[in-house]
Design a binder for this molecule. Sequence first.
Ligand SMILES: [Zn+2]
Length: 300
Amino acid sequence: MSFEETHRLLQQQTLSRPALIAGRGLFHGIDAKVRLRPAAPDTGIVFRRVDLKDRPEVAAHVDNVASSTRRTVLASSSGAVVETVEHLMAALAGLQVDNCLIEIDAIEVPAVDGSSLPFCEAILAAGLTVQESERSILVVEESHGVNDRAGEQWIEVIPGYDGVSTVDYRLDYGLQSSLAPQSFSVELTPEAFLRDIAAARTFVLEDEVAALQQLGFGRHLTGRDLVVFDADGSVIDNSLRWADEPVRHKILDCIGDLALNGRVFAGRVVARRSGHKLNHVMAKTLSTIDICRKLLQRAA
Ligand SMILES: [Zn+2]
């Protein structure tokens, strides 16, 4: 590994200048503007609702996760609620941005194209600055796993860090699902994230759409706004970016949700069908592990 690569891995990073992204939210369809601002070392990722009185803030930490359906919602005691943060969180984690103040003027992060790519492009256009403070890196030294009651969904973080963390995911909705099982594995480097994961879009099965719309979500959406699979497993009014785009998107969600543990972790993630709820439990587990060492010590 070159000095530059090692340095980038060990030091905190923030944006070099602000980046702006605008668009409608996925669930509520409300227009929102998001401004990603550079932030001081050890700030972490913090949202600020600039449309509300006193501009309340909510830290992007698993302790602030509120109960929700099919997405990640943050809520603070100061009254700041920000919904559907996971794809923006994935972009920041994927590009290894440690510190960022995210000003938002509505309740929900723009859906953009349903993936993390537009966020990544905005971040890369703004540029990244390496900061003088070191990253606190959680080196996973024993396995931690959580699963649903039926044992059909699980996620595990296991040791085995060998210079780069990995996420290994198997999507399998069972024999009756129109979506065939898919597996994918990726290294948690900015290069691999941009190449293999960032552009993977949100997907939904056709029979889930009506139920979500009945709950009042996504009534503004068409098949052009996200990937909808019909009962035969074909995509309605859209085309896939990869044949296995769904599993790549599940990894994207996983990266965004696990980042809510508040620390960079060094280890291997192995998951099967894990969704936001289980991802949040795992993020909480990671956040409570107090064996936190500098990667430098491990590498020495
Ligand atoms: Zn998602």
